[in-house]
Design a protein around this ligand. Sequence first.
Ligand code: SF4
Length: 182
Amino acid sequence: MNSTLQILERLGALIHQSVRDDAARHGLQPIHVQVLGYLARANDYSDLPIAVSEFLGITRGTVSQTLTLLEGKGLLTKEKDAKDARLVHLHLTAAGRGILQDSWAQKMEITLRSMPTDAARLNHSLRALLAGLQRLNRQRPFGVCRQCAHFLTEEKGARCGLTGEPLRQEQTVRICREWQAL
Ligand code: SF4
C-alpha cells in the first residue's frame, strides 16, 4: 500500500477513535459530537438541518433525531429564519460549546501549529485531495468563506457575491455549503 494512503488511513482511524472518546466522556454518541463540531464552524447559510445532512453524509431522518436529542439536552437551540419561515437555523448553547472543549479538533490544531512544515502547502495538498474525493462522491465541497470565488471585499466590508448580502467579520472565517473554488 502507498505510504501516503497508509498515513491517511491511520489519521482517519485516529480521528474516529478520538471522536468516540470525546462523545463517551459526555455520555453522547459520536454523531452528536460531530453535529456540534460542524455547527460551531458553519456560517449563517449553513447552520441548517439540510447542511448538517450534506456535510456529514447522513440522512435527514438521522439529522432530525440527533437535533431533537441535542435540543432536549440544552446543547443547541433552533431559530426560524427572519425572511423564510421554512428555514430553521441551529445555534450552539454555551453548554454545546463546552462539549467541544479539549476535543480531538483542538488537539489537532495544536499539533498542526507546532509542526515545522509549510502549513499553506499542506493545506493546499489536502484540499486538492479532498476536492477530488468529493467530486467522485458527488458531494458539496464546503469551504471557508474567505477562500470562496464569490467572496468580495468592498470599502464597507465583506460581501457575498452569490447572495449580494453583506458578511459580518466572524462569518468570513466560517464554512459554507455554497462555497465555490477560486
Ligand atoms: S462568499 Fe461564498 S462562502 Fe461566503 S457566504 Fe457567499 S457563497 Fe458562501
